[in-house]
Design a protein around this ligand. Structure first.
Ligand SMILES: Cc1cc2nc3c(=O)[nH]c(=O)nc-3n(C[C@H](O)[C@H](O)[C@H](O)COP(=O)(O)OP(=O)(O)OC[C@H]3O[C@@H](n4cnc5c(N)ncnc54)[C@H](O)[C@@H]3O)c2cc1C
Ligand code: FES
Ligand code: FES
Length: 472
């Protein structure tokens, strides 16, 4: 039995947990305001808000309902456009009207939902964050300028938002219907009353995290399967430090990494790295373990953690074992994992603040909401001018997300210089086997990886290397 609140209404349903939220709200609840565009997470026409209670605090995130399994709604508040509509237009809707932010209107619902979700954010209003909130919404008509102006107006309207009681503030000013004020209490009661376990532990059950890979690859099949939902398992959702290591639960999302104070403390550019991964709604859904197990040769999170020489913990329900992430990949989509095992955690040694350098780079056909042609990450530790630790990873240059073993080893004991970086590239080129495909020819991918390796070193040592490498 799946139980949640849909707009202002309590839902209790026996519907299979692998149905998409999109199909449930349109075909079972007849709420057709939510649109079907691509069904692949790319367009944002199907965006809904997902509210959940954590330690008594209610927070909302945008998600694409076309990829969200119904089972992941359990114990939550799902908001569609019908749940935002009131007698009068909200300031968000009014701003879109005033600025001509809608033409055919097909995308508009998604934009309104994402922007209304933004008004609920717990941080101080900023244009940068408001624009980021609609990075998963595509419009084919407006040319975006009018939507950007509407967004600017919305941010101005939020200037005096009371962050200590934002829902009351938003309700009183007509941004949200008044029932939002009852949701914290109602979700608390619901979560107390319901059984947390809706997952199937059957042997053949498919593990689902956020569903952002599975519901693209197996859209038709998923409602037929029994599902083991791991997205909301508490023990898989924590990020913590212990004894110089950082531990991350397998169900943590790319957004959890982006907003984690621990991760931001370790990686000064965490925000920039995370922004290169998919879009806000997909980052709110896609988990780390999903990225690892999907085993795409260009998985961004996989490449990131490979360069941290991370270890994963596998659990078969009885025993656990640890293996290095770089040993997890045996061949194209072949994993060192038994069927009954799930990933529980990933951990890595926290790089020392002094003398350690880390960088992640990604090249795509467009900067945002695109998968990589080639991506790469690099970690170096230097002592007395000599490299004492080196880990280099790269994606899009072979059948698996690749830890470049020989290239990493080549760097040890050496001093950084332009010649070293050129020689490193020669070793890198012997270790990779890119193929030509829609993302570029194999020659182009070799060139890209060379540039990304240079980019790592130019980022680490701009003074020392700049002129020499740029002249290449
Ligand atoms: C529009 C769009 C844009 C995207 N952009 C990017 C991008 O820029 N970069 C990128 O790297 N990826 C991107 N992706 C891919 C995807 O979002 C990520 O790979 C994501 O991390 C997958 O996680 P998930 O939880 O949604 O996986 P799911 O679809 O839930 O699962 C994927 C696989 O992992 C398995 N699995 C999940 N959790 C576990 C576990 N704990 N233990 C064992 N197996 C498990 C599942 O059984 C399945 O085989 C994009 C996807 C979409 C739809
Ligand atoms: S229908 Fe396009 S993102 Fe869901
Ligand atoms: S108004 Fe037509 S797609 Fe945006």
């Amino acid at each position: 039995m799946i139980e949640f609140i849909l707009n202002d209404k309590k839902i209790t349903t026996q519907e299979v947990s692998g149905t998409t939220v999109l199909d449930f709200i349109r075909y079972h609840q007849h709420l057709t305001g939510t649109k079907i565009g691509c069904r692949e997470g790319d367009c944002g026409a199907c965006t809904v808000l997902v509210g959940r209670l954590e330690e008594g605090q209610l927070s909302y995130q945008s998600m694409t309902s076309c990829l969200m399994p119904l089972g992941n709604t359990h114990g939550k508040h799902i908001v569609t456009i019908e749940g935002l509509n009131m007698k009068e237009l909200s300031p968000v809707q009014q701003a879109m009207v005033d600025e001509g932010g809608t033409q055919c209107g097909f995308c508009t619902v998604g934009f309104i939902v994402s922007l209304s979700g933004y008004t609920l954010s717990q941080s101080k209003p900023s244009y940068r964050d408001a624009i980021a909130a609609i990075d998963g919404n595509i419009c084919r008509c407006t040319g975006y300028k009018s939507i950007e102006r509407a967004t600017e107006n919305i941010v101005i309207g939020l200037k005096n938002k009371d962050l200590s009681d934002r829902i009351t503030w938003l309700v009183e000013r007509g941004y949200l219907p008044s029932y939002f004020k009852t949701i914290t209490e109602r979700l608390a009661a619901l979560n107390k009353a319901i059984s947390k376990k809706i997952s199937s532990k059957e042997k053949d059950a498919i593990i689902v995290g956020g569903g952002t890979d599975l519901f693209v690859q197996k859209a038709e099949e998923m409602p037929q399967h029994t599902i083991n939902h791991l997205f909301d398992e508490m023990y898989l959702n924590k990020i913590y430090e212990k004894d110089g290591k950082c531990y991350i639960g397998a169900a943590c999302t790319a957004e959890d990494l982006r907003s984690s104070s621990i991760m931001n403390n370790i990686f000064l550019k965490m925000y920039e790295y995370a922004k290169l991964v998919s879009s806000t709604p997909i980052r709110n859904m896609g988990t780390i373990a999903g990225n690892f197990v999907n085993a795409s040769p260009i998985g961004d999170l996989t490449i990131f953690f490979l360069a941290l020489d991370a270890t994963i913990i596998l659990n078969n329900g009885i025993t656990k074992r640890a293996i290095q992430l770089k040993d997890f990949y045996q061949g194209y989509k072949q994993l060192e994992k038994q069927k009954e095992e799930h990933i529980e955690q990933v951990y890595f040694e926290i790089p020392s603040k002094n003398n350690t350098y880390f960088n992640f780079e990604k090249v795509c056909k467009r900067t945002h909401l695109d998968i990589a042609s080639v991506n790469s990450a690099c970690l170096l530790e230097i002592k007395n001018g000599i490299i004492i630790k080196a880990h280099l990873s790269a994606g899009g240059i072979g059948p698996i997300p690749t830890y470049l073993i020989e290239s990493s080893a080549f760097l040890l004991g050496k001093e950084v210089s332009p010649d070293l970086v050129r020689e490193l590239n020669q070793v890198v080129q012997t270790e990779i086997s890119p193929i030509s495909d829609a993302r570029g020819t194999k020659e182009y991918k070799r060139l890209l990886l060379r540039q990304l390796v240079y980019a790592h070193f130019l980022t680490f040592f701009p003074q020392k290397l700049n002129i020499h490498l740029v002249l290449e």
